[in-house]
Ligand binder design. Structure first.
Ligand code: AKG
Ligand code: FE2
Length: 357
């Protein structure tokens, strides 16, 4: 029988502790369109910061203008005054770090492999390995469904550290408020009914959180922590490591480094689902994560997606004779399946392009 062991991904954390050189499946190949130099450029200006208190409490035109400009230029932004204590962000990061520092056998209790071999999206592990040519990411993850709350699969939710579940639950509640505030502000920018974006999320809408762990990598010049991609979500709230940088965004053909800042920061970007709903008025930024030789890095992404069985397409109010639909309608789950397939195969970062008319 053919050797199929390549289908079972390694714990990258385990690999990092044992190998001098990353195995070949992790190495970028020039001819696959990956540019080979991963250093990234310094951002020429500060990351736009939106004061959520101002944005949501009043009709603050200045903050709304800043939001529009952030969505059109860098296409990601920080939020301040978001009502979350630094101690809460610290707790989530500490619980995440403690989870990844548990022995492998302990983490495997939350595994994303059924019977040790059949891949599912939720749980602890890595991307599905579909072909022997797939370039693998230098990271391990824990992927958990947060909403609908009744659909949480607690079998995948760590019980160590003890605070993990509680911290995550409280953090998710706060993030949901942030998501609502931003979606209402974006709807206003688009001159839509204030709740028209929030109302796209029915009781079966899916929120996933992804805890990313990037161990130090002996070849940061040749290995990526996460391949270039844009998120499939409507909106993503990203909690970044306060000490170690690694995230890069692509703008006009240049990769820019997002610096680590001394406090844990919440970074927001929109994803393909929002791009399609807004008929491309706002587009999901392409980003990736680079590795470094010395330090581990962690991040926690909260992805807000709609009900997988819901049809998504450009919102009717944004269409006119002059502005016809630029994307086909599709089931949200078709976008997700296409994204997972596309991403694992490293077939370019922008799956939304495949849905353009
Ligand atoms: O680690 C990061 O900063 C970003 C991770 C990311 O892009 C993702 O999980 O989709
Ligand atoms: Fe992402």
């Amino acid at each position: 029988m053919a050797d199929e062991s390549w289908r079972l991904p390694n714990s990258v954390q385990q690999l990092a502790a044992t190998v001098q050189e990353p195995p070949s499946q992790y190495l970028l190949r020039e001819h696959e369109g990956l540019d080979g130099h991963l250093a990234g450029a310094e951002l020429p200006e500060q990351i736009p910061t939106i004061d959520l208190g101002l944005l949501s409490a009043s009709n603050d035109a200045e903050e709304a203008t800043k939001l529009r400009s952030a969505l059109q230029s860098w296409r990601f932004f920080k939020v301040s005054n978001h009502g979350m204590e630094t101690s809460m962000l610290d707790s989530v990061m500490t619980a995440t770090r403690e989870f990844f520092h548990l022995p492998l056998e302990e983490k495997k209790k939350c595994s994303n492999l059924i019977d040790g071999k059949h891949f599912q999206v939720e749980g602890y592990g890595n991307d599905q390995v579909k072909t022997q040519h797939q370039i693998l990411d230098w990271s391990d993850r824990l992927h958990l469904r947060i909403e609908p709350e009744g659909g949480r699969n607690l079998a995948h939710w760590p019980t160590h550290p003890k605070s993990f579940r509680d911290d995550l639950h409280k953090y998710a509640l706060k993030c949901k408020r942030i998501k609502g505030d931003i979606l209402r502000a974006i709807a206003k920018l688009l001159e839509l009914d204030e709740d028209s974006l929030v109302n796209q999320f029915n009781s079966n809408a899916r929120t996933y959180s992804r805890f990313n762990y990037f161990p130090p990598c002996p070849r940061p010049d040749l290995v990526l922590g996460v391949k270039p991609h844009a998120d499939f979500s409507v909106l993503t709230v990203l909690l970044m490591d306060k000490d170690v940088a690694g995230l890069q965004y692509l703008r006009d053909g240049t990769w820019y480094n997002v610096p680590a800042v001394c406090n844990h920061t919440l970074l927001i970007n929109i994803g393909f689902a929002m791009e399609i709903m807004t008929n491309g008025i706002f587009t999901g930024p392409v980003h990736r994560v680079v590795t470094n030789a010395d330090k581990e890095r962690i991040s926690v992404a909260m992805f807000y997606g709609v009900d997988p069985d819901q049809e998504i397409g450009p919102i009717a109010h944004l269409l006119s004779h002059e502005q016809p639909a630029r994307y086909r309608k599709m089931k949200a789950k078709d976008l997700l399946v296409a994204q997972l397939d596309h991403f694992s195969q490293g077939r370019g970062a922008r799956i939304a392009d495949a849905f353009k008319i």
